[in-house]
Design a protein around this ligand. Sequence first.
Ligand code: MF3
Ligand code: CO
Length: 237
Amino acid sequence: MKVASRIVAEVLEGLRSLVAPGISTYDLDRFAAAEANKHNAKCAFRGYHKYPNSLCCSPNNQVVHGLATKNQLKLGDIVSLDFGVIYDDFYGDAAITLPVGEISDGAKRLISVTEESLYCAIKMALPGNRLGDVSSAVQGYVESRGYSVVRDFVGHGIGRSLHEDPQIPNYGTAGKGIMLKSGMVLAIEPMINEKSHEVKVLSDNWTVVTCDGGLSAHFEHTVAITDNGPEILTQIC
Ligand code: MF3
Ligand code: CO
């Protein structure tokens, strides 16, 4: 999982330097697939429940599971990129939200609050803590800053499958839920909306958008719980 997660992190870093006005999500998807191939890794999402792409690209009001198109990203957009690979039968999964050129202060703040909420959650991923400590860390951080937590999609355990138990909601009650243990690996992934938490799936049966058209941001890391604290596997340090 360390190897798979490192590949995911490297591909996302490559994407970070590519995202600019004029590039399409189709180009980003092709880049991610080619990079995974260079590392002898298999894209985890392509074909998963018939998902057609390698990279989930979700601009602006799209929350998750956006489909690649040849439309160019434009100055002022934001885009969430979610990527996963399988290497040696193990999975890694991570997501980032990037600005496309200069963006509004509101969009910048949504991105930074969402990213910071992920780190608040990761700090709680300790042996002896409860799953609700992780979930409520996201919710508390985000809601106190005026944003809302998507409820219809959640994080997940990860290992030899992309989605393993437990489900990890980004809302909940501290002290509740299963006890976390050393050796568990979690994909923690806050999906945060600028306005209402309500989302819907478009008629393509994949693209999740905000109901009110507000912006949405998404960050994800694959995190191992260890006796020495949380180890972020999808981070290049
Ligand atoms: N990170 C997302 C998840 O954990 C990506 C899945 S996209 C899918 O669910 F296409 F594979 F479903
Ligand atoms: Co995930």
